[in-house]
Design a protein around this ligand. Structure first.
Ligand code: SIN
Ligand code: FE2
Length: 216
């Protein structure tokens, strides 16, 4: 019997850089690269500390955040937006680590550099509800995500809120991209698996999402 031709799934794995969709690159960063990036992140967090921001509805987020790059994703009672300064220190955000600029050039866009990198810290209780990343000017640019530390149970759905969802584990060193027709899919973090990585002293997970917030 002839095999049916397979229909290209939206959830592709290990596909070429230009491919649209959700791309997961498991273990893209080896342990040395993870440690090197963590050191670069923590040096910047020393001057731009993690902050638990509030939603426009006034609810404190369980995830603590900071940013690197010209623009930092900010939420408070006035709404979601990108800001040029850290909400607590008033200082410009630290620069984006070179390893992330290189990954962006290789996997996301070789011509236009990213101008924002949201840094999320999840302790054992933190979660992030299902949402779309839509505060950026041009959804033609992907969102590139790098996970460090404890594994996340990540949930991905479709572009409409009621679309079916599925769960994907994001472990330390995994890189994923929301690109093309998956750029606006709903996604969130159901929970963290405490003790699943020894990378971050004291445990927890750091997720870095590299973005282009302003028009290219
Ligand atoms: C986010 O959507 O900002 C974070 C995703 C993640 O933590 O993996
Ligand atoms: Fe997001």
């Amino acid at each position: 019997m002839r095999e049916m031709p397979s229909i290209a799934p939206i959830w592709t794995q290990m596909t070429p850089a230009s491919t649209s969709g959700f791309r997961l690159l498991p273990g893209r960063l080896d342990l040395d690269a993870q440690q090197g990036l963590l050191d670069e992140v923590m040096a910047r967090v020393a001057v731009a500390p993690f902050v638990r921001q509030v939603t426009p509805g006034g609810k404190p987020m369980s995830v603590a955040m900071t940013s690197f790059g010209a623009l930092g994703w900010t939420t408070d009672l006035a709404g979601y937006r990108y800001e040029r300064r850290h909400p607590a220190t008033g200082a410009p955000w630290p620069d984006i680590p070179a390893a992330l600029l290189d990954l962006w050039a290789e996997l996301a866009d070789p011509r236009t550099p990213p101008d924002a990198c949201l840094v999320n810290f999840y302790n054992a209780e933190a979660r992030m509800s299902l949402h779309q990343d839509r505060d950026e000017a041009d959804f033609g640019f992907p969102v590139l995500s790098v996970s460090l530390g404890d594994t996340a149970v990540f949930r991905i759905g479709g572009t409409r809120r009621g679309d079916p969802t599925r769960s994907v584990r994001l472990a330390s060193g995994d890189v994923c991209l929301l690109a093309g027709d998956a750029r606006l899919i709903h996604h969130g973090v159901d929970r963290i698996l405490p003790g699943s990585s020894r990378l971050i002293p004291g445990g927890g997970r750091i997720n870095l999402t590299v973005r282009r917030a302003e028009p290219g």
